[in-house]
Design a binder for this molecule. Structure first.
Ligand code: SF4
Length: 66
């Protein structure tokens, strides 16, 4: 599987924090009230990352294969 690159669009994120609940190993809320993420999460966490992206009500999380 090719590596993935993860990105949170801060113009869309509204700090609903579903991503941090689903995949706390990868996402956290910063002092700026925006989600920040590990841009290259390990493969073992990809299922959680994909669940978080699907759950984001703002569709702020993008996953691209590199
Ligand atoms: S679920 Fe989406 S809107 Fe909510 S904090 Fe995560 S990226 Fe931002």
């Amino acid at each position: 599987m090719p590596p993935i690159r993860l990105h949170v669009d801060h113009d869309l994120c509204e700090a609903h924090a579903l991503c941090t609940e689903i995949a706390p190993e990868v996402f956290d809320l910063g002092d700026d009230d925006l989600a920040h993420c590990d841009e290259s999460p390990p493969e073992a966490l990809w299922p959680k990352v994909k669940s978080a992206a699907s759950a984001c009500p703002r569709q702020a999380i993008s996953i691209t294969e590199t």
